[in-house]
Design a protein around this ligand. Structure first.
Ligand code: MN
Length: 220
């Protein structure tokens, strides 16, 4: 559980993504936060993140979570992200890693069947019940081959127990944090905010950006 790879891929002078504090690796719980970010990068995908071991364990899921019992979706393990990333919604500037628009698509509490979720992940098998604002129900997260490299390992997200009722088009398209669509988030490029800022401060921030000289905006 380290943020080394996460930090190496990013220039925090250029992207407003959080740099992250040192992970609290001692924390162990079978109940933890999860977030799903919808990310319009070179390819649209969903980033599924579980707060385990003081970081956000992360998977890029091209098609999103399956909703029909027995269905499987590919979930590519990617580098650990800082827990602060779970509040990130905004744009990553062109030319930077993951360039594109990030929406906080869903968030909530995950319960693992296993008492030690970090150990379960190392073993490549985690059974989850997700209590999100949109996503609710049971899934299994299964590694497809043993880890020899922490990054780019294919996992499967499998729907278990029950079908999940399909989401409305509105729920699919809108941020759970701001109610905005990807298009609306992209349109306010330059404005981004993290979990430490309430939505009430967004307007202030956007006004500040609007008031800046164009050249300063472009250099971000
Ligand atoms: Mn992503």
């Amino acid at each position: 559980m380290s943020l080394r790879t996460y930090r190496a891929k990013r220039d925090f002078g250029k992207t407003r993504e959080p740099e992250g504090k040192a992970p609290d690796t001692a924390r162990k719980s079978a109940q933890f936060r999860f977030v799903i970010q919808k990310h319009a990068a070179s390819h649209l995908h969903y980033d599924f993140r579980l707060e385990i071991g003081g970081v956000l364990k992360s998977w890029a899921v091209p098609k999103g979570l399956p909703t029909v019992k027995g269905d499987k979706r590919l979930a590519m393990a990617v580098e650990d992200h800082p827990v602060e990333y779970g509040g990130f919604e905004g744009t990553i500037p062109a030319g930077n890693y993951g360039a594109g628009t990030v929406m906080l698509w869903d968030e909530g509490i995950a319960e693992a069947v296993e008492a030690d979720p970090a150990a379960a992940l190392r073993e490549g098998r985690l059974l989850l019940q997700l209590h999100g604002r949109k996503i609710k129900g049971h899934w299994a997260l299964i590694r497809m081959r043993p880890a020899n490299d922490e990054n780019k390992i294919p996992w499967l997200l499998i729907k278990t127990e029950e079908n999940m009722r399909p989401l409305s088009a509105r729920a699919e398209d809108r941020s759970v944090k701001s109610g905005r669509t990807l298009k609306q988030i992209a349109a306010s490029a330059g404005a981004s905010w993290t979990s430490t800022r309430s939505s009430g401060s967004v307007q202030t921030r956007r006004s500040t950006h609007r008031g800046r000289p164009a050249r300063a905006r472009q250099s971000r």
